[in-house]
Ligand binder design. Sequence first.
Ligand SMILES: C[S@@+](CC[C@H](N)C(=O)[O-])C[C@H]1O[C@@H](n2cnc3c(N)ncnc32)[C@H](O)[C@@H]1O
Length: 263
Amino acid sequence: MADRLAQDRTIRSEAIKRAFGRVPRHAFVPGASIEAAYEDRAIVIKAEGGVTLSSASQPAIVGTMLEQLDVSEGMAVLEVGTGSGYNAALVAEIVGSSGRVVTIEIDPDVAEQARRNLRAIGYEQVHVLVGDAFAGCAEEAPYDRVIVTTGVPDLSLAWIEQLSEGGIIVAPIRLNSLQLSAALVKLDAHRLVSKSLYGCGFSPIRGEWAKAEPPVVLSPEIEKVQRIWQAQRWNEFDDFSVVAERSPNETASRHFTFSVEPR
Ligand SMILES: C[S@@+](CC[C@H](N)C(=O)[O-])C[C@H]1O[C@@H](n2cnc3c(N)ncnc32)[C@H](O)[C@@H]1O
């Protein structure tokens, strides 16, 4: 799987390739066959009434988001949405014993299974917390990186406060009808600018933010981005940046406003 993802340039850095080679995905999807575990597909790990509540994400998007995260040895990382625990194990491989990984899962059963999966293959240093990750985890802040693995209508103020200045948050953000995995660099507590964008399709966040409205972006650029998304010409996203700014009309569920600008 690591070779396939490297061949098509989904993963480019040696550290990420090494992590994909070392972490056995089948250990995180016990219900799936070995063949299925190494296909480039998401695997549902919990569903209720036909609705997917948790899944191990498609390896290609996992690799893409890790490349966007630009994570390296010794860093402290917060993950939102533990799911299977597979991505947390990959991050733990990359940051090594001098780094830290904290991951938060809203569903206690899913969190317990992830904890078991991680422990079974020696990643007990990953700190799995149960709760709504909307609030982040201030006790273990600051983080050099934050990775959100569930669809969000906004950036939580807590995540940005807990992220170091110059740090990067990668999050699948809904902008109008699109969902974009944006790697946003924190310039200061009020402003973040993306350095890369990819199209993605995560299930929406559960809990506190489940009913929040996605932001409406009004700029001519969003229409261009929409056309690129429809044609799936992902490399053309490089011509645009998403800018997130603290909202002047902040409410409990709206913390940032978003715009799309040419680079
Ligand atoms: C796509 S899965 C995560 C994939 C995971 N990172 C992996 O490697 O398998 C999204 C996860 O986010 C969890 N989730 C949804 N809303 C959440 C919230 N508010 N706080 C914490 N976890 C949440 C879901 O229960 C689900 O397990």
